[in-house]
Write a protein that binds this ligand. Structure first.
Ligand code: IMP
Ligand code: MG
Length: 434
């Protein structure tokens, strides 16, 4: 019963979409377990580029896709994505399933996310402003609206009515924003509800049936380890638990059914939004890296902050996720650099150096990167079909990462296209599919 978790090992945008797309070809079911349309996955197939936010990336391979109970879903985004996929030849009926327990991102969540970030000003988190945080907050407060509430128009209208009394007070009195109108909000949601109804399923049961039938299940994380609500760089994190252990909770399966955890890391690092970032590049290489790597947010279009590979943070990701294999993406972007610094340790304010991610925020905020500089290869990787084809320096870079982390690098990204990936150990070995 092979279940594999694919988890971002940095601050998101590691290229998980591409890795999921690749492994999905050898899997039966692809599930999202947390997050919502704050995620943005880019998949390139030939001349076609797909940017997917709400539905698991596996949809592009025509696999059964599940949005688990741990997710939040924006009906507008979901339906727009459904329409686009259908228009581009990917049927979604009977193929995309949404948990009735997933929470709905309501218009006030989006309005409050935006207003709250505006009010925080310089102290803002730099959220994607898609209502993710407010939706998860209401879930924890037990006043959220769930997907299954969409199925009953009476319950839905009642819940919207009750919620709006309070949400409009916040919008008007706390944030100075215009209130939302009951008729308008309810009308729109009721329309959406009609269209979402056929997608609502008992997704935990579907996953269980697949596992019992010996099918292979991929669990696709959104965002990344350092954006995890409990284990990330709080408060500059997302509002759900992104790490591998939450995959089981988020879809409703036993953790003992997970037998592989694949971490995905870029060969360097990026971060969007605010918060400390020790290996952030200073000087012109910052802009060069952004351009060569096309490092602009999929969801928000923001410039991503770029840094050299941070093995301290990555070692931490290996630990908190139990990563037993690593996909190293976008190695080709490093072809442009003659020398490549890699952060192997942090220097803390007391002068001590550490290989382990600081447990205390003040240490992390003040941590300075200690680099080892590896020689670059300065040649394109387009022509590489196997690991043996890589320039020596590129292979040594990968081996250096493996040695430092004590984890095998089982996939290496060498370009944007679906085929531009090297699999030293083969693909089926990664998912356990027959
Ligand atoms: P939120 O998830 O929109 O609340 O944003 C919280 C933090 O997570 C911000 O720093 C966002 O930039 C970041 N974030 C959320 N989703 C993603 C993602 O898919 N990739 C990268 N960063 C993300
Ligand atoms: Mg992304």
């Amino acid at each position: 019963m092979p279940a594999t978790v694919i988890v971002g090992a940095q601050w998101g945008d590691e290229g998980k979409g591409k890795i999921v797309d690749l492994l999905a070809q050898h899997s039966d079911l692809v599930c999202r377990y947390q997050g919502g349309p704050n995620a943005g996955h880019t998949i390139v197939v030939g001349d076609e580029t797909y940017k997917i936010r709400q539905i698991p990336s596996g949809v592009v391979t025509g696999k059964t896709c599940i949005i688990g109970a741990g997710c939040v879903i924006d009906p507008t985004v979901f339906l727009a994505e459904v329409d686009e996929l259908e228009a581009r030849g990917f049927p979604t009926a009977g193929r995309v399933h949404v948990s009735g327990n997933a929470h709905v991102i309501m218009p006030w969540h989006v309005a409050i996310d935006q207003a709250s970030e505006r009010r925080l000003g310089k102290l803002q988190i730099g959220t994607t402003r898609r209502g993710i945080g407010p939706a998860y907050a209401d879930k924890a407060l037990r006043i959220g609206i769930r997907v299954q509430d969409l199925l009953d128009p009476k319950i839905l209208r009642q819940k919207i009515e009750v919620a709006l009394i309070e949400k409009n007070l916040w919008l008007e009195k706390v944030y100075g924003e215009p209130p939302l109108e009951l008729g308008e909000v309810a009308g729109r949601l009721e329309e959406h509800a009609q269209r979402i109804r056929p997608y609502v399923s008992d997704t935990s049961l579907l996953v269980d049936q697949a596992l019992r039938a010996g099918q292979s299940v991929l669990l696709e994380g959104g965002q990344g380890t350092l954006l995890d609500l409990d284990h990330g760089t709080y408060p500059f994190v997302t509002s759900s638990s992104t790490i591998a252990a939450n995959a089981a909770a988020g879809v409703g399966m036993g953790p003992n059914k997970i037998d592989r955890v694949m971490g995905v890391a870029k060969a360097y690092v990026t971060r969007v939004g605010e918060g400390p970032f020790p290996s952030e590049i200073e000087g012109p290489d910052q802009e060069r890296m952004r351009e060569f790597g096309h490092e602009y947010g999929t969801v928000t279009g923001r410039n991503r902050r770029c840094g050299w590979l941070d093995l301290v943070a990555l070692r931490y990701a290996v630990r908190v996720n139990g990563i037993d294999r690593l996909a190293l993406t976008k190695l080709d972007v490093l072809s442009h650099f003659a020398e490549i610094p890699v952060c192997t340790r942090y220097r803390l304010p007391d002068g001590m150096e550490t290989e382990d991610f600081p447990a205390h925020q003040s240490d992390f905020h003040a941590a300075r990167p200690v680099y080892e500089t590896l020689p670059g290869w300065e040649e394109p990787l387009d022509a590489c079909v196997t690991v043996e084809d890589l320039p020596d320096e590129a292979r040594r870079y990968v081996e250096f990462v493996e040695r430092e982390l004590e984890v095998e690098v089982t996939l290496i990204g060498t370009g944007a296209d679906r085929d531009s990936v090297l699999a030293p150990y083969g693909l089926t070995a990664l998912t356990g599919a027959a």
